[in-house]
Design a binder for this molecule. Structure first.
Ligand code: GLP
Length: 233
């Protein structure tokens, strides 16, 4: 794992941007994308850049069950707002949070991931070490699944909603095995609230109790962290 310490998320966004630019130059065409506050500075760099993704695909990690692209709390809305409206890809995929057939939707997403293996995966990390929405306890061989969000995640994500009650209780998430199959993984973590999760991910044992720790077994991971998130390393 390459650990890259940065002074703030702006600098982290630039570092991630350069890794993405290099991957694109080397032939990457399928990009796994993430939501949350951590990738925003990267998306700002991408939007401001000359990079052209019209020949590329994006596949997002996750989506809340019950929210569609018109809902401003959905991850589809977030991606349009921060990236796709300004920097379109040839095709962009997210799980359909409004599906009426959840089982079929999970299979559709896995088929997509099989058809288009991810070259370059952007990740954030939850305060409890989750990646995507794969919460503690998730087996490492999971494929796309419906997940019940933990109380910690509901509380952490409540800052984006008016009240914690509005946070959906479940989500569709790409599985850990699909994340591990990405050729390159870039995980972004900023702020003191991530310090324990980052410590567990890098120095702890590999355990399903802290899903990000499985990345110790991935051959090509870049961890971009600020001082506060790296404070326990
Ligand atoms: C959510 C997302 C994760 C993201 C995490 C951290 O739970 N499902 O993909 O990594 O939030 O978000 P933030 O970057 O805002 O701290």
């Amino acid at each position: 794992m390459d650990i890259i310490k940065v002074t703030n998320s702006q600098e982290g966004g630039k570092v991630a941007f350069n890794l993405m630019k290099q991957a694109l130059k080397e032939g990457a065409r399928t990009f796994g994308l993430a939501t949350g506050s951590s990738p925003i500075s990267l998306y700002e760099e991408l939007v401001a850049s000359e990079l052209d993704f019209s020949d590329c695909r994006s596949i997002n990690l996750d989506e809340y069950v019950g929210l569609g692209p018109d809902d401003d709390q959905s991850y589809a809305y977030f991606m349009n707002q921060h990236l796709f409206a300004h920097k379109p890809f040839k095709e962009s995929f997210l799980p359909n949070g409004l599906t009426e057939d959840l089982d079929a939707e999970l299979l559709r997403y896995d088929a997509l991931l099989e058809q288009y293996p991810i070259d370059f995966q952007i990740l954030g990390i939850g305060t409890n070490g989750h990646i995507g929405f794969n919460e503690p306890g998730t087996p490492i061989d999971t494929k796309t699944q419906q997940v019940a969000l933990t109380e910690e995640t509901i509380q952490a994500n409540a800052r984006f909603f008016e009240t914690p009650n509005q946070v959906p209780r479940s989500a569709i998430s790409m599985g850990i095995s699909s994340i591990m199959a990405a050729k390159t993984v870039v995980l972004l973590a900023y702020g003191a609230q991530k310090a324990d999760a980052v410590y567990g991910m890098v120095r702890g044992e590999v355990t399903t109790a802290l899903p990000a720790s499985v990345l110790q077994n991935h051959p090509r991971v870049y961890l971009i962290v600020d001082e506060a998130a790296a404070s326990r390393l």
